[in-house]
Design a protein around this ligand. Structure first.
Ligand SMILES: Nc1ncnc2c1ncn2[C@@H]1O[C@H](COP(=O)(O)OP(=O)(O)OP(=O)(O)O)[C@@H](O)[C@H]1O
Ligand SMILES: [Mg+2]
Length: 280
């Protein structure tokens, strides 16, 4: 048997009969143009093709302004593409979906609500104030180490704690998919590392599929199954790097030679892009 026919893709391996499993998120030839007030058109995304498998952790890195947030907002159903398609579980996106949770860089908690009410918000907006929902919110808060803070108000919490509340809120409707836009960008290094570990735990124990935007290459490599590297505007995918470091991973993983090699590889891609732009 030729070697090439023995090599199966990850999605084929997911099915014992060898039929490729359908991706949970399928992005094909996605384009996004913004019409600005000055009449200029901004080409934010160009020819984005990406399949994300069920329970995959995808990290996305790229220079500022390359369209990462735009891509995430389209996947969240908060913005519409100008061309191409994006489907979740085989369905065309027409707006926000209950099976997709979103966490942004700022926790954006309601200051007049206590922690528990903030976490319950997605269900309360739908009129659900059941004991089962309160029990789930309490369980999530405990899971994220905030069991004693349910009755506190956002101003009484640190930035890292507020971001954990935002993650609990995003998990409230038990979404299959978590979309995260630099969720730990504003935090100090130690809090960030701790939340990286907690996110990995949530991802693995709750079997989520995560698309995680970050400016930190080490964070992208530590968390991701694959790292998607985007190029400057118009944002394209310039490379997809498979992180062949076994799980479970810990902070000590960052000391492994392979971890350093992958970070260097991705850093070099950034350098190449910057030089290409400078040469224009
Ligand atoms: N609503 C909008 N109207 C006009 N232009 C926009 C709009 N939203 C984003 N853009 C432009 O689209 C491009 C991509 O923006 P986006 O916020 O997606 O970048 P990003 O990769 O998330 O950047 P950063 O890393 O700084 O967060 C930028 O040039 C931005 O100015
Ligand atoms: Mg952004």
């Amino acid at each position: 048997m030729p070697v090439s026919s023995q090599v199966k893709t990850l999605t084929q391996l997911a099915d014992p009969l060898g039929a490729p499993a359908a991706p949970l998120i399928a992005i094909k030839n996605l384009q996004k143009l913004f019409a600005t007030r000055s009449g200029e058109t901004v080409h934010a995304l160009s020819n984005i093709d990406l399949d994300v498998a069920d329970h995959e952790f995808i990290s996305v890195v790229g220079p500022s302004g390359c369209g990462k947030t735009t891509l995430l907002r389209i996947l969240a159903g908060l913005d519409v593409a100008s061309g191409g398609t994006a489907t979740v579980a085989g369905e065309q996106l027409t707006g926000p979906r209950p099976d997709v949770g979103v966490v942004f860089q700022q926790a954006t908690l309601l200051p007049w609500n206590n922690v528990l009410s903030n976490v319950l918000l997605p269900l309360q907006l739908k009129g659900d104030r059941s004991q089962a929902s309160i029990a789930r919110a309490t369980k999530l808060l405990t899971f994220m180490g905030l069991g004693d803070f349910a009755q506190k108000y956002p101003f009484e919490l640190s930035g890292g704690m507020q971001q954990r509340v935002a993650i609990c809120r995003a998990l409230m409707r038990d979404p299959k998919i978590l979309l995260m836009d630099e969720p730990f960008g504003a935090l100090d290094a130690m809090t960030r590392e701790m939340l990286n570990m907690e996110l990995m735990r949530v991802w693995s124990e709750e079997k989520k599929t995560v698309v995680f935007i970050t400016h930190s290459i080490p964070e992208a490599v530590l968390l991701g199954d694959r790292v998607v590297v985007m190029s400057p505007r118009p944002g394209r995918i310039s490379a997809v790097v498979h992180v062949d470091i076994p799980r479970p991973r810990s902070l000590r993983t960052m000391g492994q030679p392979r971890f350093g090699e992958l970070c260097d590889q991705i850093r070099a891609m950034f350098g190449a892009e910057t030089h290409a732009v400078a040469a224009l």
